[in-house]
Design a protein around this ligand. Structure first.
Ligand SMILES: [Fe+2]
Length: 377
C-alpha cells in the first residue's frame, strides 16, 4: 500500500497526508538541509556534504510532485531533491519524538523485585560462539544497564579480551585494568572488610567512563555479595516523591575531585542529568569524591534536603539486586546508570576482582551492526 495519500505545497511548507490518516507539515529549509541526493550526502556513510550556509535562509519550494514512492522537490535557489516516502515517514519531525538512546524512557527500569536473573545472566562461551547470543546479551545490557557474563576464563587479563569483543578499553591513571584484591588474615578475625555503599565510579573524570567491568577471579570469603541498583529507578522515585527535589538535583552542579601524588582530577556535573525532553539520561552518586559543594546561598538548604532524599532512596533494600559473584562471573554495567556496592566480608579466604573501564558508544555501535546484519540475513 502506498504510504502517501496526497501532497500539497506552498513556497514555505510541504504538506503530506499520509495513508494512515496522519499528516506532516515540513518546512522548506528543513527539507533542503536534509536533501538525500548523492551531491548532498555521501552515499557510503550518509555524511552531509554541504553546509547550512551553502543555501539561503529563505530557500523556498518551487514545486513538489509525488512520483511512485518518492517526493520530488524543486527549490529556489535552483536545486532538485528526491525524497523516498519511507525516509520522510521515518524522519518527519512532527511525527516522532526525538529518539535518545540514553534516555530512561527507552529502557526497562527495574528494582530488586522486578529484575529476572535469566534476562541478565549470559553465557560467555555462547556469546563468543553465536552472534545471536551476543546480540541478545548486548541488547539486555542496553535495556537493563547491566549483564553478568558467566564462565569467563579465570585468567588475569581476560577482561581485556571481553572488552575487545565489543569495543575499546578506556585506560586511566589506574592502568588498563585494576585489581580489587583482598586476602583476609585468618589470624585476625577482628579484621572486617567493610561494605561499600551504592556508588558510580569515577564521577571526577570528564567524560566519565560509561562502562565498567568487574571480573571475579577468586572468591572464597564469606559475605562480599555484589549489589546493583538502577539509578534511573532511583531518579524516577525521587521525581515521583518530590518533583522539587528532582529539579534541584538536575539543575545544581556538583564538583567532583580525586587527587593523589600523581593525579588531580576534577569535574562538574549534576547528580541527575536530563535531556532536552526532561528525560533522565545519566546519574551520578559517589559521596567519597564530592568536592566542596558550591551553589547559591539561597539554594543550599533545599539542595541538602534533595541530596538526602536521593541518598535515602539509594539505601532502600527493595532497590537492589543482590548476588554473590563466583569465579568466572564478569559484571558489565553502564556506569552512568547503574550504581554498585558490596557487602562487608570477613573470616578467611581471598577475594579478587579485576576491573576495567570502556565506553558505551562502541558497545552501542557493535550492537547496531549486529542487529543490522541480523535484519539483513
Ligand atoms: Fe566502585
Amino acid at each position: 500500500m502506498a504510504l502517501i495519500s496526497n501532497i500539497s505545497s506552498t513556497s514555505e511548507i510541504l504538506t503530506i497526508n499520509w495513508s494512515d490518516g496522519r499528516s506532516s507539515k515540513l518546512l522548506a529549509v528543513w527539507l533542503r538541509d536534509h536533501c538525500q541526493m548523492p551531491q548532498s550526502r555521501n552515499p557510503a556513510n550518509g555524511q552531509r556534504l554541504m553546509n547550512i550556509t551553502d543555501f539561503p535562509e529563505d530557500v523556498s519550494i518551487v514545486s513538489a510532485d509525488q512520483a511512485d514512492d518518492n517526493i520530488e522537490i524543486r527549490f529556489n535557489p535552483d536545486h532538485y531533491s528526491k525524497f523516498p516516502a519511507v525516509w520522510l515517514l521515518n524522519n518527519a519531525y512532527d511525527l516522532k519524538p526525538a529518539f535518545d538512546n540514553r534516555s530512561a524512557v527507552n529502557k526497562t527500569i527495574w528494582d530488586g523485585r522486578s529484575i529476572n536473573s535469566d534476562d541478565v545472566f549470559h553465557s560467555y562461551p555462547d556469546y563468543l560462539a553465536h552472534s545471536s547470543a551476543k546480540t541478545q546479551a548486548l541488547s539486555a545490557f542496553n535495556d537493563y544497564g547491566f549483564i553478568v557474563l558467566t564462565d569467563v576464563p579465570t585468567k588475569s587479563g581476560t577482561i581485556l579480551d571481553v572488552i575487545d569483543s565489543f569495543g575499546y578499553v578506556r585506560e586511566t591513571n589506574y592502568g588498563k585494568t585494576f585489581d580489587v584484591k583482598t586476602i583476609v588474615d585468618p589470624n585476625n578475625l577482628a579484621f572486617t572488610n567493610l561494605g561499600l555503599g551504592l556508588h558510580a565510579d569515577n564521577p571526577y573524570r570528564d567524560p566519565v567512563p560509561t562502562i565498567q567491568l568487574l571480573h571475579c577471579l577468586e572468591n572464597t570469603v564469606d559475605g562480599g555479595e555484589s549489589l546493583l541498583a538502577d539509578g534511573f529507578k532511583a531518579a524516577q522515585l525521587l521525581r515521583q516523591e518530590s518533583p522539587e527535589s528532582f529539579k534541584m538535583l538536575t539543575t545544581t552542579w556538583i564538583n567532583f575531585r580525586f587527587q593523589d601524588i600523581q593525579t588531580d582530577l576534577h569535574s562538574r556535573a549534576p547528580f541527575i542529568e536530563v535531556n532536552d525532553n526532561n528525560e533522565v539520561i545519566k546519574v551520578r552518586f559517589n559521596n567519597r569524591s564530592i568536592a566542596p559543594i558550591k551553589t547559591e546561598p539561597e539554594k543550599i538548604k533545599s539542595f541538602y534536603k534533595a541530596y538526602r532524599h536521593y541518598a535515602e532512596i539509594l539505601e532502600r533494600e527493595t532497590l537492589t539486586f543482590e548476588f554473590k559473584t563466583k569465579p568466572g562471573d564478569l559484571i558489565l554495567f553502564d556506569n552512568a546508570r547503574i550504581f554498585h556496592a558490596r557487602k562487608a566480608f570477613s573470616d578467611s579466604g581471598s577475594r579478587w576482582l579485576q576491573g576495567a573501564y570502556a565506553d558505551l558508544d562502541s558497545l552501542y555501535s557493535s550492537l547496531s551492526v549486529l542487529q543490522r546484519n541480523q535484519e539483513a540475513a
